[in-house]
Design a protein around this ligand. Structure first.
Ligand SMILES: Cc1cc2nc3c(=O)[nH]c(=O)nc-3n(C[C@H](O)[C@H](O)[C@H](O)COP(=O)(O)OP(=O)(O)OC[C@H]3O[C@@H](n4cnc5c(N)ncnc54)[C@H](O)[C@@H]3O)c2cc1C
Length: 311
């Protein structure tokens, strides 16, 4: 093993990778230990749209999302800034703060698909997560970081290796940090070939079923569902229902080649856990429980970890 790092990050999903990079940018030598490589994490299942920032101004979520939006303004592999519509069935349902988003304008009646009473356009980054995670990993390794597939047996064992540990283990924090507030929330990712879509679409509210599609150039990610249940495979009926909801909005998706249908379990928690647990000369910073917002909150949470470890 190489010389001891300044910080040991557990986990290589979106939270672990952004945290490791932020620490590295702040001048630390960082090692990542992970149970599975980035391409096998829940983070690859995220659709993923960043914004509009509808968290209340002054809340941690608002701050975290602003920081992620700031970071994603710079072009990066897997990130595309695109116009899209956010719609809802009731008329007049424009959430507070939406009009602060880049590119905001109300939909014309002809731009609302049948059955929707309100909607608006915005310009947002959308993230092709498998590609973006590989980019983050490459940046981290190019900066001298090391990534080892070697799960931590416990937080105590990790602390023996390095006195500054950051716990970014998502759902696994339920066992690792003995935190029963962490619960799996099942979702389904459907991917089809891109028939040439120019904009994205998201229906609110996003619970328990909604229509969304995010075109990434060569493929489109469709969703969505947010349910209990533990089935690690999507049923044919679930996939057909997602396709049907999306085709109703965007007929060009009918007949698009199905490339992937898979399940991911969001690391649900009533709130993100982002705090330092100090014990003598060692510290564990917890950064997990991001539910359906891990990509959105990633860079802001990473910045908070840097601040906690510097204080
Ligand atoms: C279908 C779907 C759609 C989604 N869409 C969006 C979206 O549009 N926008 C958005 O912001 N979010 C979205 N999400 C949520 C997002 O995917 C999660 O919030 C995010 O992936 C959580 O990231 P994470 O790094 O905490 O967890 P994970 O990606 O699960 O990573 C956890 C890491 O910890 C590692 N690990 C586990 N145990 C150990 C151990 N003992 N030692 C070391 N490492 C360990 C794992 O191997 C893994 O590398 C979506 C999720 C799903 C399922």
């Amino acid at each position: 093993m190489t010389a001891a790092p300044d910080a040991l990050v557990l986990g290589s999903g979106i939270i672990g990778l952004t945290t490791a990079l932020a620490l590295q940018e702040a001048g630390s030598r960082v090692r990542i230990r992970t149970a599975a490589p980035p391409e096998e994490t829940t983070s690859t299942k995220a659709a993923a749209m960043v914004g509009p920032n509808l968290d209340p101004p002054g809340s941690p979520g608002h701050r975290w999302q602003q920081e992620t939006l700031r970071r994603l303004r710079a072009a990066a592999p897997g990130v595309r800034v695109l116009d899209g519509r956010l719609v809802a069935r009731p008329a007049g349902a424009i959430p507070p703060g939406a009009d602060q988003t880049e590119g905001f304008r109300l939909c014309e009646p002809a731009e609302l698909p049948e059955g929707y009473g309100t909607g608006f356009w915005v310009t947002l980054p959308i993230v092709d997560t498998p590609k973006y995670l590989q980019h983050l990993r490459s940046e981290f390794e190019a900066g001298g970081g090391t990534l080892e597939v070697r799960p931590a047996a416990s937080l105590a064992e990790a602390s023996e290796e390095c006195p500054a540990v950051v716990n970014c283990t998502g759902l696994a924090a339920r066992e690792l940090a003995a935190d029963e507030r962490v619960e799996p929330v099942r979702g389904i990712k459907v991917v089809v070939a891109d028939p040439g879509l120019e904009s994205f679409f998201l229906e609110a509210p996003i619970n328990p079923e909604w229509a969304t599609y995010l075109p990434h150039g060569d493929h489109v990610v469709l969703g969505g569902v947010q349910t209990g249940g533990a089935d690690p495979e999507p049923s044919d009926a679930e996939v057909a229902a997602i396709l049907e909801r999306c085709v109703r909005v965007e007929p060009r998706l009918a007949g698009a080649e199905l490339l992937e249908a898979s399940v991911g379990f969001r690391p649900g928690r009533d709130e993100v856990r982002l705090e330092a647990d100090r014990d003598g000369g060692s510290v564990v910073v917890h950064n997990y429980g991001h539910g359906g917002s891990g990509v959105m909150y990633s860079w802001g949470c990473a910045a908070d970890v840097v601040a906690l470890l510097s204080s």
